[in-house]
Design a protein around this ligand. Structure first.
Ligand code: MSP
Length: 523
């Protein structure tokens, strides 16, 4: 039987040297919003996130904390990573850890097959290495500070590695990769990322050392157990090991692989673009596997003009923000404020301003005013179905714009289109003045028309915003009586949002709790 290919999206697997900060949350929330959107399009979806647990960076942090590496990663995953994702309402289908046997065993099998097919050879590596990046650096990559060579990302000295290692014939794939990106611009986005990768490839690519022999926190190279697999070679494979890479096609893992591979989107920050757009597809090509349909590199959250990071002590924990603004405002803010693909600075002031004007005033107030008016003027039930041509047309355009933008990972355009529709509905209410109409019983039909059209617009807004703000829109959905009459909000299809007249007459409206409460002044 033919299988249905799932829309398969991954986030990077994050290093567990520390707890997550808002940079990690930015990527994970974006992945969650996109996969929720695809689910609402009625697609089968597979959303993977996880943790990258091997390598020197994690090993040294464990040592500094007097912990064995396995204990350290177990604790951080259980106490920091998984709880943060559930607090942010991340609906991932799977969570992979690179210390799990399902990963380590498949990595070994994959590596052995590359060796057997002649893509791996013994060599010697001598050169600079940044443990923060876990990356072999080229001399031109480094910055010179008083004679000392620093990694430009971590502003820390690099170390010199001098080892006999196993090498992957990466250079053999430079031309096939150039052809891939030239013939298929979708495979690396945005445009600036694709250009960067192409010019990197055109500058020439060397073979890659894929093992290390001076420490043992990693997956043993199957034919040479004095060496461990280079952490990036290990980590990149997670995207495929998590869905059954190397398993027999008739086994459960093999079937899962056929259903998910190739990945539709690898979502990454631009810091790790080359790993994903050069090394990873080359590994897949060497194994005769399909390359990912899209690698999308988003920009950085900046603090003081630099990439926010824990190692520079500029990391902000998601809870610092969600304690004040709530989870849904957090999910909304970064995707709304920063074009996906560009860098952006976080500021409390900007977030506070958008929270108040867009979420509390434009959206939250509309919902509470409508519920209060339905209660007061219609006995708490939705009146007869009506249409307003202006709103119907605006909604049709909004849904088309939002859908096109969201599937292209242009979250900002999708959200702005939706919030513009919200503004239009507010304008409609202000213009029609239902509170004036209510003063004269002769206006009953007109009053009910205004209230129906407003309620129906909120029905559509709830669905459009559900992937971005799942909890708040569910409260609104329930308050509109939609849960009881139309079923769960998550089951509403994007393609049907613009069909006007779905909220049925007689649905029972209840007052919402305030969706976006007034902010406490932050001390
Ligand atoms: N373990 C590797 C990834 C392996 S994937 C096969 C790694 N981990 S990381 O913990 O350093 O996470 C890097 C990712 O976190 C970035 O690519 C990005 O998705 C996210 N971010 C970390 N800091 C960020 C910002 N300051 N701004 C935006 N995203 C950030 O690299």
């Amino acid at each position: 039987m033919a299988h249905v290919k799932s829309f398969y999206l991954t986030t990077p697997i994050y290093y567990v040297n520390d707890a997550p900060h808002i940079g990690h949350a930015y990527t994970t929330v974006a992945g969650d919003v996109l996969t929720r959107w695809h689910r609402q399009r009625g697609e089968s979806v597979w959303f993977l996130t996880g943790t990258d647990e091997h390598g020197q960076k994690v090993m040294r942090t464990a040592e500094q904390n007097n912990a064995a590496p396995q204990d350290w990663v177990d604790r951080l995953v259980a106490e920091a990573w998984k709880p943060n994702w559930s607090a942010l309402n991340i609906a991932n289908n799977d969570f992979i850890r690179t210390t799990e046997p399902r990963h380590t065993e498949r990595v070994q099998k994959f590596l052995q097959s590359l060796k057997d097919s002649g893509h791996i050879y013994a060599g010697k590596y001598e050169g600079p290495y940044c443990v923060g990046c876990e990356e072999f650096k080229l001399p031109g990559d480094l910055i010179d500070a008083d004679g000392e060579k620093l990694c430009p990302i971590h502003s820390k000295p690099v170390e010199i590695v001098n080892e006999n290692n196993w090498f992957f014939k990466l250079s053999a794939f430079a031309q096939p990769l150039i052809d891939l990106y030239k013939n298929n611009p979708e495979a690396c986005q945005p445009e600036s990322a694709r250009n960067e990768v192409l010019s990197f490839l055109e500058g020439g690519v060397s073979d890659l050392s894929i093992s290390r022999s001076t420490f043992d926190w990693g997956i043993p190279v199957p034919w040479d157990t004095d060496q461990v697999v280079y952490v990036w070679f290990d980590a990149l494979l997670n995207y495929a090991t998590a869905v059954g890479l190397t398993d027999d096609p008739d086994s459960e893992g093999g079937k899962k692989f056929a259903q998910t591979w190739p990945a539709d989107v690898h979502l990454v920050g631009k810091d790790i673009l080359r790993f994903h757009a050069v090394i990873w597809p080359a590994m897949l090509m060497a194994a005769g596997l399909a390359t990912p349909r899209k690698v999308f590199a988003h920009g950085w959250l900046l603090v003081g003009g630099e990439k926010m990071s824990k190692s520079k002590l500029t990391g902000i924990a998601p809870s610092d923000i969600t304690d004040h603004f709530g989870v849904d405002a957090f999910r909304y803010y970064f995707l709304r404020a920063i074009p996906f693909g560009s860098d952006g600075s976080f500021s409390w002031e900007d977030m506070g301003a958008r929270y108040t004007s867009e979420l509390a005033n434009d959206f939250g107030n509309l919902a509470s005013r409508l519920a209060a008016m339905i209660e007061k003027y219609c006995g708490g039930v939705i009146p007869a179905v009506h249409h307003d041509t202006g709103l119907v047309e605006a909604l049709t355009t909004t849904v088309a714009t939002a859908d096109k933008a969201m599937v292209a990972l242009d979250f900002q355009t999708g959200i702005v289109a939706t919030m513009d529709f919200c503004k239009k509905v507010n304008g409609y209410v202000t213009e029609k003045q239902p509170w004036i109409l209510a003063k004269d019983p002769a206006n009953k039909v007109e009053l009910e028309e205004v209230l129906y059209n407003t309620a129906e617009s909120l029905r559509a807004l709830a669905v459009l915003l559900h992937p971005v703000m799942p909890a708040t829109t569910e409260i609104l959905w329930d308050s509109l009586g939609a849960q009881a009459t139309l079923g769960p909000i998550g089951a509403q299809k994007v393609s049907e949002i613009a069909q006007w007249g779905q909220l049925p007459e007689g649905a029972i409206v209840t007052k919402t709790p305030v969706l976006f409460p007034r902010l406490e002044i932050k001390e």
